[in-house]
Structure formats: structure tokens, C-alpha cells
Design a protein around this ligand. Structure first.
Ligand code: DX5
Ligand code: ZN
Length: 235
């Protein structure tokens, strides 16, 4: 299993977006936080801006929609070519139908849950999604502290995904940095969003490489981890 590092442009300099995007060519995806001031108490940008990011970014887009009524708005982001579109379960009217629609358009379909949202309703539907995002902070702002109490949800998802042979990616977002990324990787995440821990650094390429190496060293499916799994499964 490879650890993916997706820098969040929420922590980038919005006035120099082209240059900021140029700094993250070593990343796997660029994480684009769309906020509507209703689903979360913050406002970023919409489809027009994301379309420009899409045209400029050296890596594919991982769009995170923190908006009301994603059933209406999410398909537009897939239509402009975003590789991955993630909407919030709490905001979606028909999450499975929406995920299917996103896939039909050609995007990877993702669903996100806030720290207080139970993971159980998703466990029987892993194959309907390409990515499940377990928020590790309350969505809305960069630079917040990682909430360790969210890790049990990743463990449940990882266990179920491994058992079912599912290829779903398990993503974490919020407070990911050296010191927390290891816990998330051990709990089962394979895709890591980092805003301040990437764009806040002088050497962005090194920051991405360091995070990836840390995650890789702790990733649940690393060589030798099978034994850990077998031991924990027999408990
Ligand atoms: C928060 C956003 C995150 C944010 C993460 O609601 O979804 O993507 O940019 O920022 P850091 O990594 O600084 O916590
Ligand atoms: Zn995000």
C-alpha cells in the first residue's frame, strides 16, 4: 500500500496560486477545499476557481466539498475534470446515487464524515465509493489540532475494507503533520491531506517527502504488518 500525500491549498497564498501549485509537483493530488459558509462557517471558492486550479496544477485534483446540497453541485466539479470529488455524508440527500453519478462522469467518488459522525452507515457500502474521508478536525479551517478520538473509525473501515478485499482509499484531513500522521497510518489511512504542514514549510518538496516516508513506515499494510494484523485479529 502506498501512502499518498495531498497538500491542501487552503494553506497556500491565494494571491500567488500559480506559484504555490508549482511547489507541490512531488505530491500525489492537490486537495482543494470548497466551503460555502453554510455547511461550514467559512467561505473559500467555487467551480470557476477550481477550474483554474485544474488548468494550472501539476498534479490531479482532490476536491473536498464542504457545502450544502452536494447532490446539486458536486457533479459540476467532476465535469470540469477533477480526478476525485468528495462530498459530506451529513449534507447529501442521496449519497449512493450521487457517488454513482460522479463515477459515471469519470471522477473518483468520495464521501466524508465529520468527527462526530458515526462510520457505521458506510461500512456496508464501501464499494460504492473510491475514497472515504475521516475528518480528523471539525471541517472549516486549516491549522487546527488533530483529534485522536477519530482513529477508531479508521480502524473499523480498514478492518472491513481488508476483509472485503475493497480497494477503497481511506483519507484523513486535519492536523496531519509529523507526530500525528503515524497514528493515522497505523489506524488504517493511506491518503493524507496536509495544509499547514506542507505550505507552512520553507522546503515544500522535503515536507511532502518526509510526510510520505513517515506514513509509509507506519502504514497498516506495510511489509510485515500482516503479522500484526493476524495477532490483533486473534485477540
Ligand atoms: C479543513 C480542511 C482541510 C485543511 C487542513 O476543514 O478540510 O483540508 O486545509 O489543514 P491542516 O492540515 O492545516 O489542518
Ligand atoms: Zn479538506
Amino acid at each position: 500500500m502506498t501512502a499518498r500525500i495531498n497538500p491542501s491549498i487552503l494553506s497556500a497564498d491565494f494571491a500567488n496560486m500559480q506559484a504555490e501549485l508549482g511547489r507541490i509537483a512531488a505530491a500525489d493530488f492537490v486537495h482543494v477545499d470548497v466551503m460555502d459558509n453554510h455547511f461550514v462557517p467559512n467561505l473559500t471558492f467555487g467551480q470557476q476557481m477550481v477550474e483554474r486550479v485544474q488548468a494550472t496544477s501539476p498534479v490531479p485534483l482532490d476536491v473536498h466539498l464542504m457545502i450544502d446540497d452536494p447532490d446539486r453541485w458536486a457533479p459540476g466539479y467532476a465535469e470540469i475534470g477533477a480526478a476525485s470529488v468528495t462530498f459530506h455524508l451529513e449534507a447529501a440527500g442521496e449519497p449512493i446515487a450521487l457517488a454513482r453519478h460522479l463515477r459515471e462522469i469519470g471522477a473518483r467518488a468520495g464521501v466524508a464524515i465529520k468527527p462526530g459522525t458515526d462510520v457505521d452507515p458506510l461500512l456496508d457500502y464501501l464499494d460504492e465509493f473510491d475514497q472515504i474521508l475521516v475528518m480528523t478536525v471539525e471541517p472549516g479551517f486549516g491549522g487546527q489540532s488533530f483529534i485522536p478520538g477519530t482513529m477508531h473509525k479508521l480502524q473499523q473501515l480498514r478492518k472491513k475494507a481488508d476483509k472485503a478485499g475493497s480497494a477503497v482509499w481511506l483519507q484523513v484531513d486535519g492536523g496531519i503533520q509529523p507526530g500525528t500522521i503515524e497514528q493515522a497510518a497505523e489506524a488504517g489511512a493511506d491518503t493524507f491531506v496536509a495544509g499547514s504542514a506542507v505550505f507552512g514549510q520553507e522546503n515544500v518538496e522535503k515536507a511532502i517527502g518526509d510526510l510520505r516516508a513517515l506514513a509509509q513506515a507506519h502504514v497498516h499494510g506495510r511489509p510485515g504488518a500482516g503479522m500484526d494484523r493476524a495477532v490483533s485479529a486473534s485477540r
